[in-house]
Design a protein around this ligand. Sequence first.
Ligand code: HEM
Length: 411
Amino acid sequence: MLQTLSTLDDVQSMYDWFEQMRETQPVWRDEKSGCWHVFRYDDVRTVSTEYSTFSSERRRPGGFARTTEGSTNGQVRMGRSLLTMDPPEHRQYRNLVSYAFTPRAIDRLRGRVADITQHLLDEAGGSGKMDFATEIAYPLPTIVIAELLGVPTSDRPLFKRWADVLLSRQLSDAEFFRPQNEQRDHPEMQRISHTFEEMSDYFRQRLEERKCTPGEDMMSDLLKASIDGEHLSMEDTISFCIILLLAGHVTTTNLLSQAIRCFDKHPHALEQVRRQPEMMPQAIEEVLRYASPVWRLVRTTKEAATIAGVTIPKNEMVFAWLASANRDERQFPEPEHFDVTRTPNRHVAFGHGIHFCIGAPLSRMEAAVALPIILTRLAHLRVAYEESPELFEGRALFGFKRLPITFEKEG
Ligand code: HEM
């Protein structure tokens, strides 16, 4: 049944539950929260893609990145974010940053990603064991996105504290999606609100500095950007930076750790990519499918919609389970099998449709550059299950807070 991910056993229980739901109740209403859940591959794609019916705008409380009138009512003042916009506005905002994720722009970062990986391994690799999550998987994408945005990479501990608060969620859906006035006094909601205020203040300051001394970075570009001849508001610019910072590091952190766990669990696959390094991009796609870093998307119905014969009324919140879609036997033969040679592999780990992850080329490149270096330098790499790896607790993401590994020391 629906539960928070705390342990790897919970993850397996959720995958078992998905399988059962795909078979018996592919569109299900959770009576406790009033939210709807969709599990099959085709249905998940429909919910992700059909924006005129399944809106990304948040109509119910619980969506963080929405416009509010200020923090006086206990809510954080937030600008708009790509993730919570519908067309036509969505396209205009997306165009403002898409230049940073073109193949050529991403290609230029390859050397830098390799250098950062080598440097992190130099720092961490002395003793034959390390926490892969905090020493490699977390800092690597964080440094990359911080450099792209133009914020100091030395502020990493701050970003980590924010990510830990925002991405670990103990509240159930029923508690989290309660009407605004009921939820705002909850200690966890207050912690989240406070974190958003801190992030907003941080970016406000950095952006003010950039106004005086522009640089070659995304913050400077966003300050110059305009839509229909008008500059973005400060709130929208801050919101953009927050979403890029958060989405840009936590998800790729999860991908890198999941890759290590998958290779550890499937030594034959590891052997295959060690022998044929050119297979790594394909192996990364299989990690994305098999151990999807983002578990679910959320939408709100703008009108009643019928999926798999079930009608979801207007103004309802719908969760599309990417993790379930990626294990749907209707789409993937032997979905429980981790197969680095799987073709085709049309997984939905990056979503689908107009909101398809803008950072997908960046995280694919980061993983494709970093993993071969890591596997070469850390021989006989093994996940140290006896040291109890820790997951990010929550429902939307699947990743490791701590992933202890052992390996053979170099030289
Ligand atoms: C393995 C890594 C990643 C995964 C699994 C992932 C997953 C996703 C998914 C599932 C969506 C769709 C959300 C929706 O439809 O509501 C999305 C959107 C987005 N992602 Fe990623 N992401 C990853 C890496 C990144 C990186 C590195 C960045 C930025 C540098 C990034 C920035 C974004 C942004 C800005 C959006 C919103 C796009 C839009 O609404 O048009 N992501 N991501």
